[in-house]
Ligand binder design. Structure first.
Ligand SMILES: COc1nc(N)nc2c1ncn2[C@H]1C[C@H](O)[C@@H](COP(=O)(O)OP(=O)(O)OP(=O)(O)O)O1
Length: 163
């Protein structure tokens, strides 16, 4: 079994579901790219707890309605495999604020910044935006995707990927 590192990534939607809140990563992994809000779980924390905490720390929003919608598996040429749990948030409280790590901005769903996001976002964001539950599995060689699979699953199937 390869070494695996676990992450969350969280995407808040506007009430009318026409806009999504993304954050421009200001430092570290994915710097300069638009993505959802997230990170690594702290010791003893569940992935759901991690998702809520990371969203709060990075955007100041508190999730009140959140769904686990996908698992992304990133098989990199070197380094540990990344297993990323994706969440959508359809209810929240608080006001959006910039943090040390993320500069948040609402985007219309028809105008997403794919040219300034992770390469594979073009493949799996449409699944998420369509409200699907899925597992996306990517193999990279350098920064290129050499194998990809995106398949719809049942909600409970996502649990099998939990650490
Ligand atoms: C190709 O790989 C990735 N694609 C996408 N779309 N998102 C990714 C990929 N690899 C990582 N991510 C996401 C997962 C997390 O949301 C962040 C990375 O989290 P970070 O390293 O910043 O975690 P923190 O716990 O916040 O880290 P520090 O507090 O130590 O800065 O990117």
């Amino acid at each position: 079994m390869p070494d695996q590192h676990y992450y969350t990534v969280v995407f808040p939607f506007s009430t009318d579901r026409k806009r999504v809140l993304l954050g421009l990563k200001k430092r570290g992994m994915g710097e300069g790219l638009w993505n959802g809000f997230g990170g690594k779980p702290e010791p003893g924390e569940t992935m759901d707890q991690c998702a809520i905490r990371e969203l709060q720390e990075e955007s100041s929003l508190t999730a009140t309605a959140m769904d686990r919608v996908a698992v992304l598996i990133m098989r990199l040429e070197s380094g540990p495999e990344r297993v990323i749990f994706v969440y959508t948030v359809t209810g929240f409280s608080g006001d959006v604020c910039e943090s040390d790590e993320m500069r948040p901005r609402w985007f219309d769903l028809e105008n997403l910044p794919y040219s300034q996001a992770y390469t594979e976002a073009r493949i799996w964001w449409p699944y998420m935006l369509a409200g699907r539950t899925f597992v996306a599995d990517f193999t990279f060689n350098d920064d290129s995707i050499v194998r990809q699979e995106c398949r719809e699953v049942q909600q409970q199937d996502l649990d099998t990927y939990l650490p």
